[in-house]
Design a protein around this ligand. Structure first.
Ligand SMILES: [Zn+2]
Ligand SMILES: [Zn+2]
Length: 254
């Protein structure tokens, strides 16, 4: 495979619902695989998508909420069980402390593997080890340290917001990207902060016109059920590119 391929593993949230596990997006970049977020259910979805968990070069976390991290240790343990004992973990400030404290609880795992942790800040740009791409970080409006990422490889670009309110930093990060994966947790008109609704997103788009080819909405709460069509129709009034609500195991080729 050449180019980039995106697989939505989990498009749901902390509340269980049919067909959507918690957050996870897999990106195959020139034959190397990176995983963005790893919430509950994502490890199983990696298998269902036809990928091998032991072949993931690195895990990149947007923030440390449980619905984005709860399968991280499960994935590393699954690797250990099949003989892979190293992992690269990238995430916002606090990732090292979170991982160390989690390992304190599962002390029997402590010496089984080596995890190389890189903590990131807004504005950082890095090349994840083992993968042929560069990644730029921007602050989102969600937790104190939450980050969005722009992944670039051979002229293709994908932006993944993690959890956020629509914000200027994300719009700037997304400028000119092929694909924007933006969270859209709640339906049109739902009163909310720290997350996105379709009308919050289009309000932002009126100020910062969205210049991307394709927009995929993810991090879908059960509240959105029955309001999917309305969400997409609303955004189409403000955006000429392709708009879709992502589904678990949906694939995009770039
Ligand atoms: Zn969150
Ligand atoms: Zn979340």
């Amino acid at each position: 495979m050449s180019g980039m391929e995106i697989t939505f593993l989990g498009t749901g949230v902390g509340i269980p619902q049919a067909g959507r596990v918690q957050s996870g997006v897999l990106m195959d970049i020139e034959d190397k695989t990176l995983l963005f977020d790893c919430g509950c259910g994502v490890l199983g979805r990696i298998y269902e998508s036809g990928h091998a968990h032991k072949d993931i070069e690195g895990i990149v976390l947007t923030h440390l909420h449980l619905d984005h991290v709860s399968d991280v240790l499960a994935l590393i343990k699954a690797n250990w069980l099949v003989g892979r004992t190293d992992m690269r973990l990238y995430g916002p400030q606090g990732t090292r402390e979170w991982f160390e404290k989690t390992l304190d609880v599962y002390d029997y795992l402590r010496d089984r593997f080596t995890v190389e942790i890189t903590e990131l800040s807004p504005g950082d740009e890095f090349k994840p080890g083992g993968a042929d791409c560069s990644i730029r970080c921007a602050k989102t409006v969600h937790t104190g340290n939450s980050l969005a990422y722009r992944i670039e490889s051979k002229g293709k670009s994908v932006v993944y917001t993690g959890d956020t309110e629509p914000c200027e930093a994300v719009m700037e990060l997304a400028e000119g990207a092929d694909v924007l994966i933006h969270e859209c947790s709640f339906p049109l008109g739902f009163p909310m902060t720290n997350h996105t609704t379709p009308d919050m997103l289009t309000l932002m788009m009126e100020e910062y016109p969205l210049n991307v080819r394709e927009l995929y909405l993810t991090h879908i709460y059960p509240h959105m059920q029955g309001h999917e069509r309305e969400a997409v129709d609303h955004i189409r009034k403000y955006f000429d590119g392709k708009v879709m609500i992502a589904k678990d195991l949906m694939e995009i080729k770039l």
